[in-house]
Ligand binder design. Structure first.
Ligand code: BGC
Length: 758
């Protein structure tokens, strides 16, 4: 009898639980509740497997124009989608495609949780802006923000709601191919640009249909790969980590970035993906980051090759415990997390924490209100490739160009009566200017330099290729496929050059010679281009060298001989127009280098904010025992911050005045040339004596100033504790009293200086 009563009691209890949840309001579907309430409600309804599903990200697998996949791995992914075991997908693009996969997640899975759709929108979607390193050369934060806004506009119209950008890795090593994706060597400039990019992508309101999630990557240290070889080991001390590597990541959080990506490299012996110090102690602890962390592609699995995990299950355990919230294509979480929780190796509370973070962004994107908000095919047609996007790309391209040298004012070119020889494979190339990371852009869609120059019809243009740069399929270019010895077109190029008043030579790297996996040990002009340059120079010295490249190059010979050199990077869709407008002076260049250009490869890594050492003595005092090379100078050929204009600027009257909190620095800037121009005024400091040695110069402010001919302006900066302090080796931010030098100028080298006591 007692047993039966008990049974009845239990069945009543069960009944009441079921009936309660059945009549219970489904809060997560109701926008009247706040995001937290909705997330908690949804979480409480999810099985462990469904939670883990949210932490699983798959690469695109299903072409909407074909049938749903039925076989193999793809069929398995599709099945997972229907079972609610996929939280996000990458590399699905186009409104129709995205709608198709979203439909399965929302309409066929039990809880109908929409997917986040990620894509590498690194410098534009289909309309490309300059590569990020080039954009950084503009030092123009408004333009950079606008460029990210335009990228978000186009990408969101094509179904995407998450970009794996910005890459905020500081790097001092031009051998590393991925320097093209970042903002260069400086943490201050890098932080400002990180902020601008995050704000550009995410806008004010993530729930709008034209803003997308940004992702600060790669956390952390990826830019410090030993010897510039991609994916290589990273071993850096506390000071470099805190003062150089971390600041742009922290700045991204301050700008509200919603996601982080961890990194392929190990950092001081522990792979970033399984690094608890990076992801839990610093990122989610100290910095209180409340978004989520996605792994890099397969980086959870790669912990086995690193020698840190014994198998995939072990890798899943390490990554989840270390705070990697989403698994990009390792199949580790979907395959093993559930068992790991059951075995007590991963606490379910950590799973809940990861899922909360992921679901929160989905609610913030407004996906629960309208999962198809990015899937409007009409909007896609109207927005992708539209005029505002193309115009912004042209504007950004002009601003990214850096005039490295302009002897005897060879530039700008006269608009009529000039016989111009245009030489170089890259001059006519309509694909290479798109640069690396251009997954959605079509080949042959950039305006070539030749096309840009042809807009100016009053001059005579003759073109000769000179030599091939790339052989074979551009996407798969390796060093071997660069033209190493075919000089058969040299003679034609020389013939054309001989007859010309001026020769415009477009040389450099093919767009696919930088980027991921494209590290190089030689930084000169690839293939036979250097020989071509020298041979053409022998017949006509009046050369304007236009460079296309994704990293600093070694240009020592060119600097010595060629009168005018224009750094034009890979400028994207509007490349040729931007270059032509600068060559003809319709746009006065104002770009400044975000990375030092070395004199030779042996100097790399090379950066302006180096330490003084105990033996910084200049030659003369001691010819041997000081910190130098016997066969090369220490400094850069073109230093960080360098860039000329068609006008000239004069700096004078630098003054420092104490303020209640910090100091004010004022300097006078005058346009002493014969045309209007824009100058990037740069402010550097040196903390002369400190408990942890400080660099000889550190950028701490910059301003873009436009001046008409003869105009002068007083430029004001304020330095507070934030700029004057640094992280010591205990990771504490300290401001130490004593002497500070202050430098202001048009590059990290050409400065006027003063000092003050703090
Ligand atoms: C790169 C990431 C990128 C990811 C997805 C990886 O190889 O390192 O930066 O976002 O692929 O495409």
């Amino acid at each position: 009898m007692k047993k039966r009563v008990q049974l009845l009691f239990f069945s009543l209890l069960t009944y009441s639980v079921i009936s309660c949840s059945q009549t219970d309001e489904i809060k997560y579907k109701n926008p009247k509740y706040n995001v937290n309430q909705r997330v908690e409600d949804l979480l409480s309804r999810m099985t462990l497997d469904e939670k883990i599903g949210q932490m699983n990200q798959y690469n695109g697998f299903w072409n909407v124009t074909g049938p749903a996949p039925v076989q193999g791995d793809q069929a398995k992914k599709y099945k997972h989608l229907r079972e609610g075991l996929v939280g996000s997908m990458l590399n699905v693009r186009g409104a129709a495609q995205v709608r198709a996969v979203q439909k399965v997640a929302v309409e066929e899975s039990r809880l109908g949780i929409p997917l986040i759709i990620g894509f590498d929108v690194i410098h534009g979607y289909e309309t490309l802006s300059p590569i990020p390193l080039a954009e950084a050369a503009s030092w123009d934060l408004k333009a950079i923000k606008k460029s990210a806004e335009m990228a978000a506009l186009e990408a969101s119209a094509a179904g995407i709601n998450w970009t794996f950008a910005p890459m905020v890795d500081v790097s001092r090593d031009a051998r590393w191919g991925r320097v093209m994706e970042g903002a260069g060597e400086d943490p201050y400039l890098g932080s400002q640009i990180a902020k601008a990019r995050v704000q550009g992508f995410q806008g004010e309101d993530l729930s709008l249909h034209n803003t997308i999630l940004a992702c600060a990557k790669h956390f952390a240290g990826y830019g410090f790969a030993e010897a510039g070889r991609d994916y290589n080991t990273v071993d850096v001390g506390t000071s470099t980590l805190n003062n150089i590597i971390f600041p742009p990541f922290k700045a991204s959080i301050d700008a509200g970035v919603k996601t982080f990506m961890n990194s392929f490299n190990e950092l001081n012996g522990v792979p970033a993906t399984g690094n608890t110090f990076l992801q839990r102690t610093v990122l989610k602890g100290e910095w209180q980051f409340d978004g989520f962390v996605v792994s890099d592609w397969g980086s959870i699995m790669e912990m086995m090759a690193h020698g840190h995990a014994k198998d995939l299950k072990h890798a899943a355990e390490i990554a989840a415990n270390a705070g990697s919230d989403m698994d990009m294509e390792s199949y580790a979480y979907v395959g093993h997390l559930s068992d790991l929780v059951k075995e007590g190796k991963v606490n379910e509370a950590l799973i809940d924490d990861a899922v909360r973070r992921i679901l929160t962004t989905k609610f913030e994107l407004g996906l629960f209100e309208d999962p198809y908000k990015y899937c409007d095919e009409l909007r896609e047609k109207q927005v992708v490739g539209s005029k505002p996007v193309r115009d912004a790309s042209l504007d950004m391209a002009k601003k990214s160009i850096v005039l490295l040298k302009n002897q005897d004012d060879l530039l700008p070119l006269a608009k009529e009566g000039v016989n111009i020889a245009v030489i170089g494979d890259l001059a006519a190339d309509k694909t290479s200017p798109l640069g690396s990371w251009r997954i959605a852009a079509k080949d042959e869609t950039a305006v070539s330099v030749l096309e840009g120059l042809q807009v100016y019809k009053q001059n005579i243009i003759t073109y000769a290729k000179g030599a091939d740069v790339a052989l074979g399929e551009p996407n798969f270019i390796t060093e071997v496929q660069i033209n190493q010895n075919d000089k058969s077109d040299f003679s034609e190029a020389k013939k054309v050059a001989k007859k010309a008043d001026v020769v415009v030579m477009v040389l450099g790297e093919h767009g696919f010679q930088s980027g991921e996996g494209r590290s190089r040990t030689k930084l000169g002009l690839p293939g036979v281009q250097q020989e071509l340059l020298e041979e053409v120079y022998a017949v006509n010295k009046n050369i304007v060298l236009v460079l296309n490249n994704g990293r600093p190059l070694v240009l020592s010979w060119a600097d010595k001989h060629i009168p005018a050199i224009l750094e034009a990077w890979q400028l994207g869709t509007q490349s040729g127009h931007a270059i032509a407008q600068v060559l003809y002076g319709d746009y006065n260049p104002s770009g400044k280098l975000p990375m030092s250009f070395p004199r030779n490869e042996g100097q790399v890594p090379l950066y302006y904010n180096y330490k003084n050492t105990g033996r910084p003595v200049a030659p003369g005092k001691d010819v041997v025992f000081w910190s130098h090379y016997q066969d090369q100078k220490n400094d850069a050929l073109y230093p960080f911050g360098h860039g000329l204009s068609y006008t000239k600027f004069e700096y004078s009257d630098i003054k420092v005045t104490p303020l209640p909190e910090g100091v004010e620095v004022k300097v006078n800037l005058k346009n002493i040339g014969d045309r209007a121009g824009k100058e990037v005024v740069q402010l550097y400091i040196r903390d002369v004596v400190a408990s942890v040695t400080r660099p000889v110069k550190e950028l701490k402010g910059f301003k873009l100033v436009s001046l008409s001919k003869n105009e002068e302006k007083s430029i004001r900066f304020v330095l507070t504790n934030k700029e004057l302090g640094f992280y010591n080796n205990q990771g504490e931010f300290v401001v130490e009293p004593g002497e500070f030098s202050v430098f202001v100028g048009g590059s990290s080298k050409t400065v006027i200086e003063t000092s003050f006591e703090l």
